[in-house]
Design a protein around this ligand. Sequence first.
Ligand code: 4G1
Length: 245
Amino acid sequence: MKCDVITIFPEIFHAYLGEGILKRALEKKLIEIRIHNLRDFSKDKHKTVDDYPYGGGAGMVMKPEPFFSAVETLYPERAKRRVIMLSPAGNKFDQDMAAELSREKRKLILLCGRYEAIDERVRTALVNDEISVGDYILTGGELPALVIIDAVARLIPGVLGDERSAEEDSFSSGILDYPHYTRPPVFMGIEVPEVLLSGNHKEIWQWRRKEALRRTLERRPELLEKIRLSDEDYTLIREIKGERQ
Ligand code: 4G1
């Protein structure tokens, strides 16, 4: 993953990317992320990046020139870049989209908005894709950009370390995770399910699969329509339905 971010708040990215798994992946050069300050691409002496909206109304709009100047300066070759705008009007980000972006050969350029909105001509003439991380109102596109960087980076081979592959984790199976427990065996009077202490790995994995299916059936039944279930899964689902009052 090669990624450039354009933002008026570079420090937000340095803080998050300076910790944990992503910090290590950057050090090992498994991913390459460059953070650019949009203000550095503003031409006037006050380094203005926003202006009043034509037609009036509340709030400010981000000017188009600094975004164009930033992208054309940093990555003039159109064919080798994929400009992504984080926007509530974009396609909803999900694990499939993260996987697709992790396979992208072009450099990803993430544009982060602030204020009310970004001038429409950025979308029309600069942006390839518009992505939203969800339906709520935010103060800026920086957290959405970090969500995308985080979800995509951990799919790059080597980023999660040798012990743990991205395929092993819960959501890559397309259903919710099973319940997890660690010591102590009894906490606040609540016991760890006996099967997990049994050492019987076949039974443990059967229990985990069943509890994952139970949770998905209860909380996110629509996820089950997106995946292919095995004959054993159908047996477990029948058991779960028989256990319900
Ligand atoms: C109209 C949410 C505006 C928000 C309707 C998810 C939200 C970027 C995202 C807004 C943003 C709704 C996102 C809103 C986002 C310019 C600066 C846009 C921040 C901005 C439902 C503010 N996923 N929001 N407007 O939140 O950037 O990516």
